[in-house]
Design a protein around this ligand. Structure first.
Ligand SMILES: [Zn+2]
Length: 346
């Protein structure tokens, strides 16, 4: 059922994101965004309720919400080099710093638009991705941690009290986890292939100090598909968010857990991403006044990426959530382990 009187959905993307060139053989290629630019143009012209928002660059003060000034200076200095390796697989060109500012600023534009109730929800399709970036260190194709900056920005600019970040990228969002590890004002939940890059994300990483219990990791064995992911959402992700009652939901939407993705070994389909999106949209309606923003992280098979993003965009315009009906028997012991670890906090 399409809801005709619901506010429109915001999309941020732009050809500027093609300018970040990590090298000709790098999987995080400009082609990823070319594919999504085409998709965004189609859906914005479809009359189905999507608008493309204008971009802006993030300013220094916004980057400093999650990064040190020395590190920001280092990334800025990469614009003096044709090519610069911030780490083994995080390569920049002269335009990368400027593009990364637009990626962060674009996400903040969507957050502002949803906060003002001008839009029902939003999807930010930008690159480079962000969830591996630490306070003072680039890693895993990521320069600045866009989703983490977004959560801090909501607290600062929009008085958010409890922000939930759900990270369904196939890799553990170590940078996002790190940013809020001792902070109960942001609940971080991640599903990821494990053990796998970047090595973090064990079930017993639960936060520390006041943040203990507010980091929820669901490490999954290779080969998990829709049934397993939906079971994890039904048994762990949805109940945790229900208890937390966030006033905002942010989604680190990586599509490298798709069955066709060349970088990892999961088996999620575009329909699976659609049902996960549905579950989060429903939670946002229930607890957060509908406030939810999806942010692109990974996803390296071009047609899987396009089809998965298209499915999520479609679900953003619906108020009818699909059921989380899944047989997760294969990973029931892992789900039990995660629930037992978190029992004392809930
Ligand atoms: Zn990833």
């Amino acid at each position: 059922m399409l809801v005709r009187d619901m506010p429109r959905s915001a999309i941020v993307t732009d050809s500027v994101f093609l300018k970040h060139q990590p090298g000709p053989y790098h999987p995080e290629s400009p082609q990823r965004l070319k594919t999504l630019l085409d998709l965004a143009g189609e859906v914005a012209g479809s009359g189905a309720g999507y608008d493309l928002l204008p971009l802006r660059a993030a300013v220094q003060e916004e980057l400093e919400l999650c990064h040190g000034t020395g590190y920001i200076d280092l990334v800025r200095s990469t614009s003096e080099h044709n090519q610069f390796a911030l780490d083994g697989d995080t390569i920049t060109c002269r335009d990368s710093f400027g593009v990364a500012l637009m990626a962060v600023g674009g996400f903040l534009q969507v957050l502002d638009a949803v906060a003002a109730s001008d839009y029902a929800n939003g999807f930010t399709m930008v690159r480079p991705p962000g969830h591996h970036a630490l306070r003072d260190r680039a890693m895993g194709f990521c320069l600045f941690n866009t989703v983490a900056i977004g959560a801090r920005y909501l607290q600062k600019a929009h008085d958010a009290r409890r922000v939930a970040i759900v990270d369904w990228d196939v890799h553990h969002g170590n940078g996002s986890q790190d940013a809020f590890y001792d902070d109960p004002s942001v609940l971080f939940l991640s599903t990821h292939q494990y053990p796998y890059y970047p090595g973090t994300g064990a079930a017993d990483e639960v936060g520390s100090g006041k943040g203990e219990g507010y980091t929820v990791n669901v490490p999954l064995p290779a080969g998990c598909g829709d049934a397993e992911y939906l079971a994890v959402f039904r048994e762990v992700v949805v109940p945790a968010i229900e208890r937390y009652e966030p006033d905002w939901l942010l989604v680190s939407a990586g599509f490298d857990s798709h069955r066709d993705d060349p970088l990892a070994a999961m088996a999620v389909t575009e329909q699976g991403f659609g049902v996960m999106a549905d579950a989060l949209l429903e939670l946002a309606r229930k607890h957060a006044g509908g406030r939810i923003a999806f942010l692109l992280e990974g996803g390296y098979d071009l047609s899987a990426l396009r089809n998965s993003v298209a499915t999520v965009l479609d679900r953003m315009r619906s108020e009818e959530a699909a059921l989380l009906d899944a047989d997760g028997r294969r990973i029931a012991p892992r789900i039990r382990e995660v629930l037992q670890i978190h029992e004392k906090y809930w």
